[in-house]
Design a protein around this ligand. Sequence first.
Ligand code: ADP
Length: 640
Amino acid sequence: MAKHTPRRRPAKEEAADSTGGPPPPVPSAKPAGAGEAAAAPVMPPEAPPAAPAHSLLLAAPAAPPGPPREAASAPPMPKAAPLPAGELAELERAATANAGAEAAARQEQAAPIAAGVSTGEPVAAAAPAPESVRSAPPVPHDQFLRPGIPRMSVVMLSPELAPVAKIGGLADVVAGLSRELELRGHGVEILLPKYDCLRWHHIQGLTPSYHDLWVPWYGGAIHTTVYQGTVHGRRCFFFEPHSNDRYFDRGRVYGESDDLLRFAFFCRAALEFLFKTGRQPDIIHCHDWQTALAPVLLYEVYEPLGLRHPRVCFTIHNFKHQGTGGDGVLRATGLNRPEHFFSRDRLGAGAPGVLNLMKGGIVYSNFVNTVSPTYAGEAKDRGGAFGLEGTLRAHERKYGGILNGLDHEVFNPETDPDLAARYTIATLERKYDNKRALRQRLLLADNAKPIVAYVGRLDPQKGLDLVRHAIFYCINHGAQFVLLGSGAEPGIDRHFRAIKQQINENPDSHLEIGYDETLAPLIYAGADLLIVPSRFEPCGLTQLIAMRYGTIPVVRAVGGLADTVFDKDYSEKPLHERNGYVFHHGDIGGLESALSRAIACYYQFPDHFRQLMRNAMRCDYSWNVPAQHYLNVYDFIRDK
Ligand code: ADP
């Protein structure tokens, strides 16, 4: 059971609950806000055969790098743009840090983004990708290795892995992609820190596998033990350093003042482990800035020592967090040579004395991608890379966007153990047992209203001002609202706790401030609508999970949201491929224009709403297609 504050409900509402209550007023569709076109609802057609959703995903990464290792030679680059400097008012300030991207996105909304939505074409591709990358057909799961792509060994370096160390979508992506690669016959090993806050019960057979790894550090070495264990069938190695710094014994994954050193140590330890154990994987797949130093260390330190075979694919899950700091990292890792690494065409961030680890990952990797084609374009061309736009442009031949997939085994309403009732498209009415269960669990009134939900980190990136507005809008417009979220900043949590207090007695809302891995599935299954009003969104998994559970997403058309959600009324997609509600302007008018249409459809056109649910559930956002894109990239950069 979720921990939640039990509430007293007003006597009147208790009575209404027991009788089912009077039907709520039926809101009429709000006229579209400024800039939001108005149109009558469209009747979706009868269920077609499975929607060809993979066609949406065949957006290819941009052209590959030149000869493998080209990146590591750190070619001269055009000057990179300087890095930008640094309770709800603060959220706003943080959001405006990305104002350039916002303004550009607004200007673009009618053209490139809309074009991307309607055609599924990549926005990011700067040059045509090779045929093998662009249009390779998806591989059936039972076919194992695709002709032409031999069995590859892949080492994933990641700060997160679902469900043992999950903060956000990155954890799900590493787990889902690894599983899909293994299903196809490739070998995968996942390396991650042995945090003291790992969810231990998800790890089987944890045993020391390499007792005495001495990791070079500040001219000496830190004694490290590497543990091996299995997480949902995946082979994992966990790194435990024995030093007074206690790098991974902090009770949390991120947010420490020495994060830069903690993860620099992880990179050095991972490469030392590969080297000492004689592993020569084909691919080292690095995720986010925390692992960005690995390709730098590989080229600058370990390749001369003999680790010549592996090539690096670097996936950026969010440009907002880049890992910047001073030269301490160079001294700690033994890279030294500040005059070499502070150069603007390597890790130099522009400001004197500042290193940017993500930039190093981009420069030194053989292929770089973000997690959706639209976000790849927003980052490189529309000011969304938080200062790394110039670096991306300089390396655009090895840069692209690959949409994240969803692990259909994990996120499956037919088998999910956390649901009150399991269901499929054919038994969709059982979804409402979950709605009832959700209401019971959160002490919500059992009435005829739709449940609108938000699940996610409470981060300014997510459009928290609009989330907040949606809470009150829903309560006042015939809907219930459920929020599950937690933030890294205590001020933001406090702000939402205050709202929770304010509406505590309202039987149509519940805010759960915290992380709850069993409540989240019940919300995805029990809600009718899920809002994702992000300022920017690299890919977004919550809208994909919602659709898998037949819950209709209401999203802002940015990043991966624009690549995966197609408006019921305005999309140029065929009717059977429309799966949600989309707005463009990141303001109250934009949000209300979509939310009001969604709520009105729920009340006034229940058949249409039901059809929309089926359309959403039919979408194939599994790993099937994205994994093939990654395999094509791996095959292209590997040492042949
Ligand atoms: P991000 O990576 O930016 O956090 P995504 O949408 O890509 O966002 O992924 C979020 C993932 O984390 C989803 O699987 C979502 O269900 C999960 N999640 C986020 N917040 C919570 C929470 N408070 N409790 C449980 N799961 C959460």
